[in-house]
Design a protein around this ligand. Structure first.
Ligand code: AMP
Length: 366
């Protein structure tokens, strides 16, 4: 076996444990294999897309402590591909193996209220928000923040799920109950001109590397297109990366972090940024880096959690576009295979349900 680069670094041939078996876990496993690392995927669903391409698998629930202990014993470091890893699962694993990003970083980013309070404490601009635990708090928050505003569940929201727009005339108690009546936050609607994200990585040694800020377009609340670089003033792009760095450093973060932001036009004709959401993991808006950058976000995450040097995030080409293949979109795969310049990625999912991310395609423009 090759020697490790440092006492804290994994040696080639070591095993990275990944919690979660979706397409992100699959692409992490492929990237790790290229670097001579093994991936052991832990997921509850037997048909997880990542299982097709990993060296070892555990099919078990996230609260199965016997299975978690056996998983920890079989891996050298633990990471995850989704932020809803239960806190107890992360804590239990952290006693046995390094968990990267840390359980503290996970805790700061898996609850929208905790996340927004953390960002505000760093002086990062966010939409005005208020905590909503019951119908009374809902009425007070709407009185304060006005309409339209957006009610979001504190946890388990994604792709527009767990959100409700509070319009003029909407019945507040009904809206609150429509999201299950659990802990939520109300946010002012941000009149954004663009949605952008910064996908960046921080290494075990504190090194920081950001990809170009990218621009995201959603359809039906699901990311459809990402373009890199985003059309932003250079100083706005610089500020976006500086915000991501400040956040990563405050969390003593190790791994890839995605920071979703709104771009707002200022009265003086400039651009201001408001952070919407953090993802403590590789992110859909970073998929363009697989073909469009020297080091993909997946390789970068593996390097970071392995304690290896980060790779260069430099972009190929003038512009890179990523298109998500959602539901039926995937039936165009034949045309995409034939199209010159289209780089196709399919996730190995058999059932093209509406709204399901089935693959993506990248195009590099020179
Ligand atoms: P989220 O789940 O927080 O990422 O929200 C999903 C999408 O809803 C975002 O990408 C925005 O398009 C929209 N959205 C969320 N929060 C706000 C907000 N405060 N103001 C305007 N649009 C929002």
């Amino acid at each position: 076996m090759l020697p490790p680069l440092s006492a804290q670094a994994l040696a080639p041939g070591a095993t990275v444990g990944v919690l979660g078996g979706g397409q992100l876990g699959r692409m992490l496993a492929l990237a790790a294999a290229r670097l001579g690392l093994r991936v052991h995927v832990y997921a509850p669903e037997a048909d997880s897309p990542a299982f097709d391409v990993c060296a070892a698998r555990t099919v078990a629930a996230y609260d199965d402590e016997t299975a978690l202990a056996a998983f920890a014993a079989a891996v050298d470091v633990v990471t995850y591909e989704f932020e809803n890893v239960p806190a107890r699962t992360a804590a239990l694993l952290d006693e046995l193996r390094p968990v990267r990003p840390s359980p503290a970083a996970l805790a700061a980013t898996q609850d929208r209220l905790v996340e927004k309070e953390f960002l505000a404490s760093l002086g990062v601009a966010v939409a005005p928000f208020m905590r909503v635990d019951d119908a009374g708090a809902m009425a007070r928050a709407v009185a304060q923040l006005g309409r339209p505003s957006i009610l979001k569940t504190r946890r388990f929201g994604y792709d527009g799920k767990g959100q409700a727009l509070v319009r003029e005339g909407a019945d507040l108690a009904v809206t609150f109950r429509s999201l299950g009546g659990g802990p939520a936050i109300l946010e002012s609607v941000v009149p954004f001109t663009k949605e952008v994200s910064v996908v960046a990585a921080r290494g075990l040694d504190g090194a920081f590397a950001a990809y170009d800020v990218c621009e995201n377009r959603h359809e039906n609340h699901i990311l459809k297109f990402t373009t890199a670089p985003a059309r932003l003033a250079p100083e706005t792009a610089g500020e976006a990366v500086a915000l991501a760095r400040r956040i990563a450093e405050a969390l003593d973060y190790v791994g890839v972090l995605a920071v979703e932001m709104f771009v707002v036009a200022t009265s003086g004709g400039g651009e201001a940024l408001k952070v919407n959401e953090l993802a403590p993991r590789v992110h859909n808006s970073g998929h363009w880096t697989l073909d469009g950058a020297l080091t993909s976000q997946f390789e970068q995450h593996v390097r970071a959690v392995a304690g290896w040097p980060l790779g260069a995030p430099r972009r190929h080409g003038r512009e890179v576009e990523m298109e998500n293949l959602i539901g039926d979109d995937v039936f165009a795969y034949g045309d995409l295979l034939r199209a010159p310049g289209a780089c196709l990625h399919l996730y190995g999912k058999s059932d093209a349900r509406p709204g399901r991310k089935m693959g993506h395609v990248t195009r590099i423009r020179d």
